[in-house]
Ligand binder design. Structure first.
Ligand code: MG
Length: 239
Protein backbone atom coordinates (compact mmCIF):
# COMPACT_ATOMS: atom_id res chain seq x y z
CA UNK A 1 0.00 0.00 0.00
CA UNK A 2 1.31 3.45 -0.81
CA UNK A 3 2.04 5.92 1.91
CA UNK A 4 -0.03 9.05 2.03
CA UNK A 5 0.44 12.64 3.00
CA UNK A 6 -2.80 12.63 4.93
CA UNK A 7 -2.62 12.85 8.71
CA UNK A 8 -5.73 10.74 9.11
CA UNK A 9 -5.31 7.17 10.30
CA UNK A 10 -4.56 4.84 7.43
CA UNK A 11 -3.21 1.36 6.97
CA UNK A 12 0.53 1.62 7.24
CA UNK A 13 2.52 -1.45 6.46
CA UNK A 14 6.10 -0.27 6.70
CA UNK A 15 7.90 -2.59 9.09
CA UNK A 16 4.71 -4.48 9.84
CA UNK A 17 3.42 -7.83 8.75
CA UNK A 18 0.18 -7.17 6.94
CA UNK A 19 -2.39 -9.90 6.69
CA UNK A 20 -4.76 -8.96 3.90
CA UNK A 21 -8.29 -10.05 4.64
CA UNK A 22 -10.23 -9.84 1.41
CA UNK A 23 -13.95 -9.92 1.02
CA UNK A 24 -15.00 -11.71 -2.18
CA UNK A 25 -18.14 -10.28 -3.81
CA UNK A 26 -17.85 -6.70 -5.04
CA UNK A 27 -14.30 -6.64 -3.76
CA UNK A 28 -12.30 -9.15 -5.81
CA UNK A 29 -14.89 -9.16 -8.61
CA UNK A 30 -17.90 -7.20 -9.77
CA UNK A 31 -20.77 -9.25 -8.34
CA UNK A 32 -23.35 -6.55 -8.96
CA UNK A 33 -23.10 -7.12 -12.72
CA UNK A 34 -24.89 -10.48 -13.01
CA UNK A 35 -24.18 -12.67 -9.99
CA UNK A 36 -25.93 -10.66 -7.27
CA UNK A 37 -29.10 -10.23 -9.31
CA UNK A 38 -29.11 -14.00 -9.93
CA UNK A 39 -28.44 -14.85 -6.27
CA UNK A 40 -31.15 -12.45 -5.10
CA UNK A 41 -33.65 -13.89 -7.53
CA UNK A 42 -32.76 -17.45 -6.50
CA UNK A 43 -32.99 -16.60 -2.79
CA UNK A 44 -36.39 -15.02 -3.20
CA UNK A 45 -37.68 -18.02 -5.14
CA UNK A 46 -36.26 -20.40 -2.53
CA UNK A 47 -38.00 -18.49 0.27
CA UNK A 48 -41.30 -18.48 -1.68
CA UNK A 49 -41.13 -22.25 -2.13
CA UNK A 50 -39.79 -23.17 1.31
CA UNK A 51 -41.93 -20.86 3.42
CA UNK A 52 -44.99 -20.65 1.16
CA UNK A 53 -45.06 -16.85 1.14
CA UNK A 54 -45.79 -14.26 -1.56
CA UNK A 55 -42.94 -12.73 -3.57
CA UNK A 56 -43.16 -9.35 -1.82
CA UNK A 57 -42.89 -11.01 1.60
CA UNK A 58 -39.99 -13.21 0.42
CA UNK A 59 -38.10 -10.12 -0.78
CA UNK A 60 -38.84 -8.35 2.48
CA UNK A 61 -37.44 -11.26 4.50
CA UNK A 62 -34.34 -11.62 2.30
CA UNK A 63 -33.45 -7.93 2.45
CA UNK A 64 -34.33 -7.52 6.11
CA UNK A 65 -32.30 -10.54 7.23
CA UNK A 66 -29.31 -9.51 5.10
CA UNK A 67 -29.29 -6.08 6.72
CA UNK A 68 -29.91 -7.33 10.24
CA UNK A 69 -27.62 -10.38 10.33
CA UNK A 70 -25.05 -9.78 7.56
CA UNK A 71 -26.34 -12.79 5.63
CA UNK A 72 -29.89 -13.81 4.75
CA UNK A 73 -29.12 -17.37 5.80
CA UNK A 74 -28.74 -16.40 9.46
CA UNK A 75 -32.19 -14.89 9.72
CA UNK A 76 -33.79 -17.68 7.72
CA UNK A 77 -32.33 -20.42 9.91
CA UNK A 78 -33.04 -18.50 13.09
CA UNK A 79 -36.69 -17.76 12.38
CA UNK A 80 -37.89 -20.44 9.97
CA UNK A 81 -37.60 -24.18 9.37
CA UNK A 82 -35.28 -24.34 6.38
CA UNK A 83 -32.37 -26.57 5.28
CA UNK A 84 -29.37 -24.22 5.41
CA UNK A 85 -27.01 -26.32 3.31
CA UNK A 86 -29.60 -26.89 0.62
CA UNK A 87 -30.39 -23.17 0.60
CA UNK A 88 -26.72 -22.18 0.22
CA UNK A 89 -26.16 -24.67 -2.56
CA UNK A 90 -29.28 -23.90 -4.56
CA UNK A 91 -28.88 -20.12 -4.55
CA UNK A 92 -25.14 -20.10 -5.33
CA UNK A 93 -24.88 -22.69 -8.10
CA UNK A 94 -24.38 -21.23 -11.59
CA UNK A 95 -23.39 -23.51 -14.47
CA UNK A 96 -22.45 -20.42 -16.51
CA UNK A 97 -20.50 -18.68 -13.74
CA UNK A 98 -17.62 -17.89 -16.08
CA UNK A 99 -19.85 -15.80 -18.31
CA UNK A 100 -21.41 -13.99 -15.36
CA UNK A 101 -18.15 -12.79 -13.82
CA UNK A 102 -16.84 -9.30 -14.35
CA UNK A 103 -13.62 -8.17 -12.71
CA UNK A 104 -10.85 -5.63 -12.82
CA UNK A 105 -8.25 -6.11 -15.49
CA UNK A 106 -5.11 -7.72 -14.07
CA UNK A 107 -6.71 -8.74 -10.76
CA UNK A 108 -4.33 -11.70 -10.37
CA UNK A 109 -1.32 -9.46 -10.89
CA UNK A 110 -2.68 -6.82 -8.50
CA UNK A 111 -3.25 -9.33 -5.70
CA UNK A 112 0.09 -11.03 -6.31
CA UNK A 113 1.93 -7.71 -6.02
CA UNK A 114 0.78 -7.16 -2.43
CA UNK A 115 3.31 -8.08 0.26
CA UNK A 116 2.18 -10.26 3.15
CA UNK A 117 -0.29 -13.01 3.82
CA UNK A 118 -3.64 -13.11 2.05
CA UNK A 119 -6.90 -14.64 3.25
CA UNK A 120 -10.42 -14.51 1.84
CA UNK A 121 -13.26 -13.94 4.34
CA UNK A 122 -16.69 -14.16 2.75
CA UNK A 123 -20.26 -14.76 3.88
CA UNK A 124 -20.71 -16.87 0.73
CA UNK A 125 -20.47 -20.69 0.75
CA UNK A 126 -17.22 -22.49 -0.04
CA UNK A 127 -18.09 -24.14 -3.37
CA UNK A 128 -19.19 -20.80 -4.84
CA UNK A 129 -16.22 -18.87 -3.40
CA UNK A 130 -13.71 -21.35 -4.75
CA UNK A 131 -15.40 -21.40 -8.15
CA UNK A 132 -15.20 -17.60 -8.37
CA UNK A 133 -11.54 -17.55 -7.26
CA UNK A 134 -10.73 -20.25 -9.82
CA UNK A 135 -12.41 -18.20 -12.57
CA UNK A 136 -10.35 -15.19 -11.48
CA UNK A 137 -7.23 -17.42 -11.43
CA UNK A 138 -6.29 -16.23 -7.94
CA UNK A 139 -7.27 -19.19 -5.77
CA UNK A 140 -3.67 -20.18 -5.06
CA UNK A 141 -2.74 -16.72 -3.85
CA UNK A 142 -4.82 -17.14 -0.70
CA UNK A 143 -3.57 -19.29 2.14
CA UNK A 144 -7.13 -19.69 3.40
CA UNK A 145 -10.61 -19.20 2.04
CA UNK A 146 -12.87 -18.70 5.05
CA UNK A 147 -16.50 -19.11 4.04
CA UNK A 148 -19.79 -19.15 5.90
CA UNK A 149 -19.50 -22.87 6.64
CA UNK A 150 -16.28 -22.15 8.58
CA UNK A 151 -17.89 -19.36 10.61
CA UNK A 152 -20.33 -21.69 12.37
CA UNK A 153 -19.94 -22.44 16.01
CA UNK A 154 -21.67 -25.16 17.98
CA UNK A 155 -24.81 -23.16 18.60
CA UNK A 156 -25.52 -21.39 15.35
CA UNK A 157 -24.53 -20.01 12.00
CA UNK A 158 -22.49 -16.85 12.13
CA UNK A 159 -21.36 -14.35 9.49
CA UNK A 160 -19.57 -11.05 9.05
CA UNK A 161 -19.69 -8.72 10.99
CA UNK A 162 -19.80 -11.03 14.04
CA UNK A 163 -16.95 -10.15 16.44
CA UNK A 164 -16.55 -13.54 18.08
CA UNK A 165 -16.41 -15.19 14.67
CA UNK A 166 -13.62 -12.91 13.45
CA UNK A 167 -11.60 -13.41 16.62
CA UNK A 168 -11.99 -17.17 16.38
CA UNK A 169 -11.20 -17.51 12.68
CA UNK A 170 -8.17 -15.24 12.96
CA UNK A 171 -6.94 -17.14 16.02
CA UNK A 172 -7.16 -20.41 14.14
CA UNK A 173 -5.23 -18.83 11.25
CA UNK A 174 -2.57 -17.59 13.73
CA UNK A 175 -3.31 -14.01 12.75
CA UNK A 176 -3.09 -11.11 15.18
CA UNK A 177 -5.89 -8.58 14.70
CA UNK A 178 -3.38 -5.73 14.78
CA UNK A 179 -1.83 -7.08 11.57
CA UNK A 180 -5.14 -7.33 9.68
CA UNK A 181 -6.08 -5.05 6.80
CA UNK A 182 -9.69 -5.72 5.80
CA UNK A 183 -10.55 -4.92 2.18
CA UNK A 184 -14.32 -4.89 1.85
CA UNK A 185 -17.20 -3.14 0.09
CA UNK A 186 -19.87 -3.44 2.80
CA UNK A 187 -19.71 -0.50 5.17
CA UNK A 188 -21.42 -2.20 8.11
CA UNK A 189 -18.71 -4.89 8.13
CA UNK A 190 -15.96 -2.27 8.05
CA UNK A 191 -17.65 -0.27 10.79
CA UNK A 192 -18.13 -3.23 13.11
CA UNK A 193 -14.64 -4.62 12.61
CA UNK A 194 -12.86 -1.27 12.93
CA UNK A 195 -13.91 -1.41 16.59
CA UNK A 196 -11.64 -4.44 17.02
CA UNK A 197 -8.63 -2.36 16.04
CA UNK A 198 -8.09 -3.73 12.56
CA UNK A 199 -7.32 -1.47 9.62
CA UNK A 200 -10.01 -0.98 7.01
CA UNK A 201 -10.02 -0.35 3.27
CA UNK A 202 -13.36 0.44 1.66
CA UNK A 203 -13.44 -0.55 -2.00
CA UNK A 204 -16.19 1.27 -3.83
CA UNK A 205 -15.60 0.59 -7.51
CA UNK A 206 -18.07 -2.31 -7.73
CA UNK A 207 -20.90 -0.81 -5.73
CA UNK A 208 -24.14 0.08 -7.47
CA UNK A 209 -24.28 3.78 -8.21
CA UNK A 210 -27.84 4.29 -7.08
CA UNK A 211 -29.73 3.10 -4.02
CA UNK A 212 -31.47 -0.13 -4.87
CA UNK A 213 -33.98 -2.44 -3.32
CA UNK A 214 -32.00 -5.67 -3.42
CA UNK A 215 -30.42 -5.30 0.01
CA UNK A 216 -26.89 -4.74 -1.26
CA UNK A 217 -24.64 -1.86 -0.37
CA UNK A 218 -25.21 1.33 -2.25
CA UNK A 219 -22.82 4.11 -3.12
CA UNK A 220 -24.26 7.50 -2.44
CA UNK A 221 -22.68 10.56 -4.01
CA UNK A 222 -20.88 13.00 -1.78
CA UNK A 223 -20.83 10.89 1.39
CA UNK A 224 -17.02 10.91 1.56
CA UNK A 225 -14.97 8.57 3.69
CA UNK A 226 -16.63 7.38 6.90
CA UNK A 227 -14.62 7.68 10.12
CA UNK A 228 -14.23 3.91 10.40
CA UNK A 229 -12.59 3.66 6.97
CA UNK A 230 -8.81 4.11 6.95
CA UNK A 231 -8.66 4.24 3.19
CA UNK A 232 -11.27 4.47 0.49
CA UNK A 233 -10.31 3.13 -2.92
CA UNK A 234 -12.14 2.54 -6.16
CA UNK A 235 -9.79 -0.10 -7.53
CA UNK A 236 -7.46 -2.82 -6.24
CA UNK A 237 -4.80 -0.93 -8.19
CA UNK A 238 -4.75 1.63 -5.35
CA UNK A 239 -3.71 -0.87 -2.66
MG1 MG B 1 -18.80 -7.82 -0.57
Amino acid sequence: MRTSTSRRRRPHIAGGKPVWLFDLDNTLHHASHAIFPAINQAMTQYIIDALQVERAEANRLRIGYTQRYGAALLGLTRHHPLDPNDFLKVVHTFPDLGEMIRHERGVARLVAALPGRKIVLTNAPEAYARAVLAELRIERQFERVITIEHMRDRQRWRAKPDHAMLRKTMRSAHVSLKDVILVEDTRSHLKNYRRLGIRTVWITGHLPRRPNADGNETRLPGTGRPHYVDRSIRSLKSL
